[in-house]
Design a binder for this molecule. Structure first.
Ligand SMILES: Cc1cc2nc3c(=O)[nH]c(=O)nc-3n(C[C@H](O)[C@H](O)[C@H](O)COP(=O)(O)OP(=O)(O)OC[C@H]3O[C@@H](n4cnc5c(N)ncnc54)[C@H](O)[C@@H]3O)c2cc1C
Length: 456
């Protein structure tokens, strides 16, 4: 049986950062992925990532073929297409990356730091002993041989399907399932246009709920003549297929006349707060497998790399102390929750408001009368509290429409966002106070679901 200090399952953005951080500190790291080495990094994605993530993580900005476009900001279109918010700022400055080449760079960083890559290797089962994860069973996809890999800590970085997390017994203390209502089903294509992209420096987001119920559709530039275009819909009991929505409602725009598909595919993204607890005895969850994604725009590359970095650091510390129990790994929860987790939790409340509290018509009016300004949207998306800008004109317009209740729901949203963020800032320092914290958090989410819902 091969032995490592750490086995990381999945060499995406989260797994590569975990492996790099742990290997750099001198640990023996096995990084396994079911993809072949050359395919690692390829992913159905919008490919947009803020510059600040690179700066925070000490990564070089993308350049050369890895850089598809530089982005100055976002354009948000109201459902009726009458109002466009063009939001441009230092905080939103970012890049559209070539996902494969970006992923290959991260993989190289992990391998150069000393991690051993086992590619074309699929994890099949966690190996458990005395209520702790002590390794994984895997199979070599090319040779069909089965193998067992042993380690002191195993990291689930396997993405949305969280293949390891889903096979953990309840005693490990991690939620194994995520509600589908907190997941967006997406379909995305990269298309070669006949002409040029309309906004080469902007990511375009369209809020029309008829096309993307519970989500949005996007058109991002990939250079001058290619676009990354997709639809994300919330996975409620009944939801339309995002591919059908793209073909019937988005590709009919004149921009796509005579365009051709370069590549396309469907995938999922969890859009909620992080898992309440992301560690157990001998096991850590990072990236999509821990729901480390912005609940508002679905951006997960940055937070998953941040999660990977924190996980790597805490694993190193835990091994130095010789304690890889849930308690020994707990600081990973604390570090993530008190940094990005706080933002995610606040934005989860805002998402519940948008999903259940606002109709297309209200968004049209809210944007037209600047109930929320471009600056407020920017600040909210960066994790600050919602601020209201209720002018007399807006109040009169809403009153005339019989829509004053949206103001009450917005006020409640702002209050609940403040409350949940306070909970996440005070995430318990040890597992002892966790159940109490979890109870309070779930109560707040239940309240949000009730208070923010629009009366039918
Ligand atoms: C349509 C769409 C658009 C998006 N747009 C953006 C965007 O514009 N910007 C942004 O920041 N984020 C975006 N996201 C989210 C982002 O792609 C993810 O949050 C991020 O890639 C998560 O990284 P990860 O490392 O956790 O998982 P992944 O990148 O999914 O990596 C998981 C890895 O695990 C491997 N694996 C899985 N199962 C096994 C197994 N059994 N054994 C071995 N290996 C296994 C996979 O092969 C894969 O390499 C988007 C997501 C979708 C679906």
């Amino acid at each position: 049986m091969k032995k490592f200090d750490v086995i990381v399952v999945g060499a995406g953005t989260a797994g590569c950062m975990t492996a790099k951080t742990a290997a750099k500190a001198g640990l023996e790291v096995g990084l396994i992925d079911r993809k072949s080495r050359e395919e690692i990094g390829e992913k159905i994605c919008g490919n947009a990532i803020g510059r600040h993530h690179f700066d925070t993580l000490g990564l070089k900005h993308p350049s050369g073929n890895e850089l598809q476009s530089r982005i100055a900001g976002v354009k948000i279109y109201s459902p009726d297409m009458e109002t466009v918010f063009q939001i441009e700022s230092e905080e939103l400055y970012g890049f559209i990356v070539n996902r494969l080449l970006f992923g290959q760079r991260l993989l190289r960083l992990a391998v150069d730091a000393g991690a051993t890559l086992l590619d074309s290797t699929q994890m099949t089962e966690p190996i458990l002993k005395d209520n702790a994860v002590i390794g994984v069973s895997a199979r070599d996809i090319k040779t069909e041989t089965k193998t067992q890999l042993q380690s002191k800590v195993v990291v689930d970085a396997s993405g949305f399907f969280a293949v390891l997390r889903k096979k953990l017994p309840p005693e490990i203390g991690v939620d194994t399932e995520v509600s589908y209502e907190d997941v967006e089903a997406c379909y995305r294509e990269i298309r070669q246009l006949k002409g040029h992209v309309t906004s080469p420096d902007f990511c375009e987001i369209y809020l029309d709920q008829d096309t993307a119920p519970g989500g949005y559709h996007w058109i991002f530039p990939e250079g001058e003549t290619k676009t990354n275009v997709g639809v994300g819909v919330r996975m409620t009991k009944i939801f339309p297929k995002p591919k059908n929505q793209l073909y019937s409602k988005v590709l009919s725009k004149p921009l796509f006349k005579d365009s051709t598909v370069i590549t396309g595919g469907a995938w999922y993204v969890p859009t909620r707060r992080p898992l309440d607890c992301m560690v157990g005895n001998g096991i850590v969850m990072v990236g999509d497998s821990a729901c480390q994604v912005s609940p508002i725009h679905g951006g997960g590359m940055g937070p998953s790399m941040m999660g990977g970095m924190f996980a790597g650091e805490v694993i190193v510390e835990a091994l130095q102390k010789g304690d890889v129990t849930r308690e020994g790994l707990w600081q990973y929860n604390v570090r993530y929750m008190q940094s990005y987790g706080v933002k995610q939790a606040g934005l989860d409340i805002f998402r519940l408001f948008l999903l259940q509290g606002v109709s297309d018509e209200e968004i049209n009016y809210g944007m037209k009368y600047h109930l929320i300004t471009e600056e407020d949207i920017l600040k909210t998306s960066m994790g600050e509290n919602v601020r209201l800008n209720i002018t007399d004109a807006a109040r009169r317009a809403l009153k005339g429409l019989g829509k004053l209740s949206i103001l009450r729901r917005l006020k409640n949203t702002a209050k609940l966002m403040r409350e949940i963020k306070a909970l996440y800032k005070n995430y318990p320092n040890s597992p002892n106070d966790f159940e109490e914290w979890k109870k309070k958090t779930h109560k707040l989410i239940t309240t949000a679901n009730k208070l923010l819902a629009r009366k039918k």
